[in-house]
Design a binder for this molecule. Sequence first.
Ligand SMILES: [Zn+2]
Length: 168
Amino acid sequence: MDIRAIEDHGYTLTVENPSAREAEVIAAAMECVLSRVAVRLRFESEKGIVTVTGSLSAAGISTCVRCGADTEVVVEGPVALTYVKEPEETGESRELTEEEMDLGWYSEGTLEPLDVLSEAVALALPDRLVCVDSLACEARAQALLAAQDAGPEPEIGLKALGKLHFSS
Ligand SMILES: [Zn+2]
C-alpha cells in the first residue's frame, strides 16, 4: 500500500472473518492452526512516519514445547508500531540506536498491511509456548523423559511376539 494513500486518508485493517490469505498470514506467524481471530489496525501517516495502532486477538492450536501435546496459543493485546522510511544505503555499516530497534522500516514508499499484521502477531506471541495446565504438562513431560531413560521397553517386544503367535 502506498504511503501517500495512508498519509491522505489513513487506512483501517479489520479482520473478523479472515480471507484465505489473511488466515494464512496469521497462522504462519503463530505457527498454529488458527481457531479464531479479531483484528483492528489503524494506519496513520504524517511526514513519512507511519503509526499503526489498534488491537489484536487470535487463538489457535499449536504444540507445547515442553510435553509435545496440542495446546492453545493465544495472542491478545494492543498494537502500537511505528514505521519509517528505510535509511539510504551508505555503504558503511553502523550500529542501530536503541530507538531504531523499535522501529519498522518501509521501502519504496509502500507498506503492506498484512506484513504489519504478521509482525504484530509475532511480537505478541509468548516467548515459550507451554500448556496452560502446567501440572498435566509436567506429568506428560516427566513420562516422556522416563520413557527415554528406560530405552526400548521389553514389554513391546513380548507383545509383538504374542501378536505373531496369535495371527499365524
Ligand atoms: Zn505441555
